[in-house]
Design a protein around this ligand. Structure first.
Ligand SMILES: [Zn+2]
Length: 295
């Protein structure tokens, strides 16, 4: 199966603070030619190009980071989820610093940004990845697996020992469900008790009640929520962004339980390995190739 390659019509930009670095950056999306893929371009560092691919991932603590040599672009997943949702295959993402702005913590501002740019077909095809076999990654009680299917379906379950989150599950059909309405507005979330520890580790320095759902032990400190199950919806958003690093569209039925960026990344790596494996020969051809005959 093939899909049309797509890019944006015109340049658009957005500015804001980085969730983890606390650094203000401007992201400019530029149209790109068919086949060039999704690429981060460090405008402040001689236009160094970092492809948005699994091979570029460098860090996965609380967010997905891509890099080349010692240059990085962090928290790429919400922007990449919006790019995936619009079906964009080729775009240059110029950025003048180390982290994509968090804006409101969701993918909604990026959905609107791309809408403002407009989307156009490039008159070339991109092959859709459809696996032949299931692929699974398990880490203790966390897991994520994909079984072959003709469209992309995500079933995500989380289980937090917290009165507002608890157990939540969501079934999202990428072909028929509305990403803009159901997934894009779901914001990232964090626990107030982790903030000091995260800041000491150089994380969450730009985090605030303006760009994340902040929870204490009893509940949400900066309500109201946009959805009662906003947390699991955000996990689906993160996963869609991380799947962009495959480098082409994928179909399959994905089941995730208590996963996160680190597990998503191992999963994408395993999918790419499975996709690169040579197609097994049909049994008769295998037998003749090995000079085996029935007697
Ligand atoms: Zn996220």
């Amino acid at each position: 199966m093939y899909l049309q390659r797509k890019t944006i019509n015109t340049d658009v930009s957005i500015t804001g603070i980085g969730l983890h670095s606390g650094i203000y950056t401007t992201v400019e999306l530029h149209p790109a030619p068919a086949g060039s893929g999704i690429t981060f371009v460090r405008a402040d560092l001689d236009g160094l190009r970092i492809p948005a691919l699994q091979a570029s991932t460098t860090a996965l603590d609380y967010a997905t980071t891509v890099g080349k040599d010692d240059v990085q672009v962090g928290t790429v997943e919400h922007l990449l989820a919006a790019i995936m949702a619009w079906g964009i295959t080729d775009v240059d993402i110029h950025i003048d610093g180390p982290e994509v702005p968090i804006i409101d913590g969701s993918a909604l501002p990026f959905m609107h940004l791309i809408d403002a740019a407009g989307v156009r077909e490039l008159g070339a095809d991109i092959p859709v990845l459809r696996l032949r076999e299931p692929v699974e990654v398990v880490d203790g009680d966390k897991s994520i697996r994909i079984v072959p299917a003709n469209r992309l379906i995500i079933k995500y379950r989380i289980d937090f020992d917290h009165p507002v989150i608890g157990r939540q599950s969501l079934h999202f059909d990428f072909g028929s469900d509305n990403f803009l309405r159901k997934i894009a507005p779901a914001r990232t979330f964090g626990f107030a008790r982790d903030v000091e520890k995260m800041r000491a580790a150089g994380l969450a320095r730009g985090g605030s009640v303006e760009n994340a759902i902040v929870l204490d032990d009893q509940g949400v400190m900066n309500g109201p929520l946009r959805f009662r199950d906003e947390f699991v919806r955000h996990k689906v958003l993160d996963l869609i962004g991380d799947l962009a690093l495959i480098g082409r569209p994928i179909t399959g039925e994905i089941t995730a339980y208590r996963a996160g960026h680190a597990l998503h990344s191992q999963f994408v790596a395993k999918i790419l390995k499975a996709a690169a494996a040579p197609e097994p020969l049909p049994v008769e051809q295998w037998a003749s190739a090995h000079r085996i005959s029935a007697s």
